[in-house]
Design a protein around this ligand. Structure first.
Ligand code: G6P
Ligand code: MG
Length: 220
């Protein structure tokens, strides 16, 4: 039986994935590195410092910055990102999400959050969703980033359910790998994701009926 649904935040519940991209593009541009939306796919679901590392490698500048300079660049990126969060309101919740949260709650299916963003509490608050989650995995307590399953496993234990009784929803390839490695079913939101159990181009296709149908196809 489906007992829990665990959501990624950026790019699934709201389009902050685009804000992360805008902020990284600005920082990268300032140090002479160009990044496009296609490269950005590799940054989705990846922690702040790991993202910066990938950008530096991409630009051939891996060894050009000290640890301190790297920390400054990451901090500057975060300032740009946090300023963009001012635009967020409940209107920025992606299509289908509010309705799915309501249906899950009505059916007493538990709701979890698995985001490595240190800004997750602020984003949820701006969307008015803070109280909608039964458990949010705390990014500060995670040792291994996605694609490691740790954050999804932490969410499952916080919800007191087995991963084999849960579905995860992700827009990042690293996130899909993390969900699969945890033993959950994976819904991918996007275009070019692989290893999903169900791939949809938009969150508008999410609803409880569709999730139960997916569950029956793969589990029952
Ligand atoms: C999520 C996003 C990433 C972001 C990471 C860290 O995983 O998909 O793009 O880099 O969170 O976010 P933070 O807000 O802590 O910089
Ligand atoms: Mg995401």
């Amino acid at each position: 039986k489906l007992e829990a649904v665990i959501f990624d935040l950026d790019g699934v519940i709201t389009d902050t994935a685009h804000f992360h991209f805008i902020a990284w593009q600005k920082i990268a541009g300032e140090i002479g590195i160009e990044i496009d939306e296609q490269f950005n796919e590799q940054l989705k679901g990846i922690s702040r410092l790991d993202s910066l590392h990938r950008i530096l490698v991409h630009g051939g500048k891996r060894f050009d910055y000290s640890t301190e300079q790297i920390a400054q660049l990451a901090e500057h990126k975060n300032q740009i990102y946090v300023a963009l969060l001012d635009q967020l309101s409940p209107a920025a919740i992606l299509p289908g999400i509010s309705n799915l949260l309501k249906e899950l709650r009505q059916q007493r299916i538990r709701i979890g959050l698995a985001s490595v963003s240190r800004n997750a509490p602020q984003v949820l608050a701006a969307l008015g969703l803070t109280n909608q989650f039964d458990f949010c995995a705390d990014a500060n307590k995670i040792q291994h980033s996605k694609p490691d399953p740790e954050i999804f496993l932490t969410a499952c234990s916080g919800l007191e359910i087995e991963p084999s009784h849960a579905i995860g929803i992700e827009d990042a390839q690293a996130g899909i790998e993390a969900i699969k490695a945890s033993g959950m079913l994976a819904i991918g939101v996007g275009q070019a994701l692989t290893h999903t159990d169900w791939l949809i181009p938009s969150t508008q296709y999410l609803n409880l009926n569709a999730l139960q149908a997916l569950w029956k196809r793969h589990v029952a």
